[in-house]
Every structure is written in C-alpha cells, then in structure tokens.
Design a protein around this ligand. Sequence first.
Ligand code: F6P
Length: 541
Amino acid sequence: MQAIIDKLSSTATATRAEDIRAAFAADTNRFARFSTSLDDLLMDYSKCAVNEEILALLEELATATGIAEKRDAMFAGETINFTEGRAVLHTALRNRANTPVFVDGKDVMPDVNAVLDAMGRFAEDVRSGSITGATGKKITDVVNIGIGGSDLGPAMATMALAPYHDGPRLHFVSNVDGAHIADTLKNLAAETTLFIVASKTFTTIETMTNARTARGFVASALGEEAVGHHFAAVSTALDAVAAFGIPEDRVFGFWDWVGGRYSVWSAIGLSLMIAIGAEDFGHFLDGAHAMDNHFRAAPLRENLPMLLGLIGFYHRNVLGHASRAILPYDQRLSRFAAYLQQLDMESNGKSVTIDGKPVAGNSGPIVWGEPGTNGQHAFYQLLHQGTTVVPVEFMIAANGFEPELRHQHQLLIANCLAQSEALMKGRTLAEAKAQLEAKGASEADIERLAPHRVFSGNRPSITFIYDQLTPFALGRLIALYEHRVFVEGVLFRINSFDQWGVELGKELATALLPVVEGKTAPSGHDSSTAGLVASLLSRAG
Ligand code: F6P
C-alpha cells in the first residue's frame, strides 16, 4: 500500500497534477472526464488535482486495500466493528428492497419493519391529534432530547426539510447547559408538548439530566400521572427506559448494530418523522437506499462514494491537506457541516490501525463549514489567500422551494460557481497589475498594491448539484457521506465504528462533579484544573 501512496506522490509531482488551472487550459473536456452522476446528483471533481494517472493509482489503491470486499462484509452484517464486537448495519434500516439481512443467523428485517411501522403509527397519531396530551389537547410542540447522533441527525434533517414540515413544531435540546432546555421550555406549554428522549444507551448524562428537567416541567404543571402522556423514548436499552417510567407503547427500539452517528434512519428519526410525516420519511430512506445500491454496484469511476473517499484520502495523505470545508449553498443545510463533523471526525479521528499499530501517515481530516453565501463574508478570505490549502466541497440545488424568489436562487448559484472558479483560477501578479492599470492606478500604486491582490489559485474543490433538496435527495446525500467515511476508514486502516476517544473526558467529568459541587477537595488533579475549580467555586453565586 505504501508503495502505491509513494507512487501517487511522485506521479502528482511528475504530472504537475496540482496545477489544476493548467489542466483546464490543456483539456477543454476536463469537466466531462472528471464528473459523474447518480440520477440527478452530479459530482464534479474536475477542479481537484487529479488526472488519469492519479485516478488509475487510486483505483489500484482501492483494489489493494480491498474496499469492495470490506464494503460487502459491512452490508452482509459481519462483525466489522471488532472493538465493540458488533455488526454495522445502518444500511438495513433503509433496506427498502426488504431482502433478508442476517446478524448472528437471524434476519433483522422483520424487526426493522415492525419498529418503522410502529413509529409511523405513533407519528401519524400525534400529527392528526388522535394522540393528545394528558388534558386532551392536541400536541403542538415536540422536543427531542438527545445529544450527538441522537440529536444531530434529526435536528439537521428537520431543518433541511422545512418545506415538507406540516406536523407540530420541533425543538431540539442537547446541551447539558441548563440554558438550552430553559430557553426551549420558556415558550412551551406542558399541556401541548411531547418530549422524545432519544438515547441509544439511555445513560448519557446530558440527555438523562435534560429528560429529568423536562419530567419535572410536566409533573409540576400537570401532575405526576400526566408524565406518561407527554413522553416517548427511543433507545436500545429498553430496561432503562422502563425504569424512567415511559409507557411501553411509546418506546421505539433499535439495535447495537446501529452506530449513534449512523442512527438517523432508525427510531432516532422519530422527531423528523413527526415533522414531515411517515410517507416523506419513507422517501428519505429511499434516497439512502438508492445510494447504498449505487455504492455496491457502480464501477469505481462512476461510484460517487468511492471517488469521494479516494479523493479525500489523496488530499489528506498524499497532498497533506489537514482539513476539508463543507460549504452548502443551501441555507437549510446549515447544520450539515456539524452533522458531518460527528459522522466523519468521530468515525475517522483515530491514531491506531485495526492491528493496534500507530496509523501510518494521517487519519481523518478536520471537517468544518458553514453555508454559502454567509461564509464568503467571514472565512473565505483564508480559503483564497491563506497559507493553508483547504479542499472544499460545495453543494447546491438547481431549484429552491421559493419560485417567487427565483432571482435569489440565481444569485446563490452564481456565487457558488464563482467561488469554485475563483479557487481554481486564482489571479496572477500580471493579472492583478493589469486590473489596477485598467482602473487608472499610478505605477507606484500598482507595484505596492498588486501583490495583495494575487490569488494563488489551484485550490481544489468538488461541487455537488441536485435537482432540489427533497427527502429523497437528503437521504441520498447523507448516505453518500456515510460511505465516503467508510472508504476513507478502510484506506486509513482504522475501525471507523467505535469512539473510545470520547470516553476519557466523560470519566473525568464524572470524577470532577463532586469537586465542582464542593463535596470533595480537588486532590489528585493537576494544578491548572485545581486552580480553575477554585476560581469558579469562589465566584459561585
Ligand atoms: O459521546 C459520544 C456518543 O457516544 C456518540 O457516539 C453518540 O451519538 C452520543 O454520545 C449519544 O449517545 P446516546 O445516544 O447513547 O445518548
């Protein structure tokens, strides 16, 4: 494998692959050669530092690392999350073909379908008003209480699919900071509010603390006996849910083979389903299923997740780019980068290979982003002229949902395409000087100012275009990124499906709580931690 990576590096140098501007000048057909589609989803990677030689080597790398075999093992329910002894089968949750999927010899599809049906019944009953609050009033507000994968997926997707939102208002509470739930509850009436406690483990301190606060809110307004009418739960830990006092018919299960950050397709999506309805939630699953089929069947040069993962790896481990920016030109995808941060960084932010050895080279990059055009007026300066090259992933719909504002959508499109063009083309010193000259600047000013107006160009970007951000399109887009993370994880030779790196902080927070509560002395802590505790305690009101 290292030999192929070394060859990629020498080939990139020998073929001057990073001179993307020259590659466009030399080949008017470049877009056609380096773009591919799945139905209306177009992926243009022609503005990356790739050429036929690089792609051939990436294909060799894919074969040498056995991505296709490992992909098939995942879909087949093998225990690929070996550090936790689990299969990885979020794909079964959207297996709309309903073909059997076996875990330990048992077909999981009947259980998957049963939970989906139960969710559908509950969601539609809440939406229609046949399920009410304790006083018989219709539910107008639903609060999802969860964090990480039990929050980001439904929160991001609910915002993304706002045009399909015809159910009760949705709210998402995640942070243990009491401000989050306090600000949310301030505008809600217990009588008309339903809380969904979403936690795979049902032990997460943030979620359980917020759930208890919500319970108190309902109990103090309507009495203890009303609580059951105002709560539902989503979890794999059904005993813990029962202990919390949520009635059995309001509990929606899922399974340990669904990773938290891959769980939006499971009952964790209940809040989303209540917002958009069971039918559109089905279309969301259909979109992901379409991407699953494509990932399994399409040849590499037409396979979007394969290409996205291979190029991502090339950016990280051959060209050395430490981060990637996700820049949707779609206001409703405002939380998409945050969602991908968990998906990608919790999956591939690892230092140890599947053999327990240090990762050679780098594992996952830093993922960040904001929607365009807002980012243009904030951090794009660095993207264009900073000393660090950040590969960018743009995404934009051909059509918005506001036909009366078509002109605004045209402006959005123009901005998106202009940014990728500017990143690639840049502006040379000669061009900067000519521009100043055309504006009538003096010779001295041209010399002084032109260097500040130079853009290096050759900054890589990928652009995705889709018809419209429908539930189907969103499901397909998320699944694309899930599989990209999988491909990169194989190339990094890591287990993408555990998350031991979040444990230490949790353990230390638990140990620090009694100190912060003033119950025990800060002994055993470093002087910084002890000093900070003392400072905070001395100011406590
Ligand atoms: O702390 C990380 C994590 O375990 C994530 O992987 C998960 O999505 C999140 O916490 C929430 O976990 P749970 O759904 O069990 O409350």
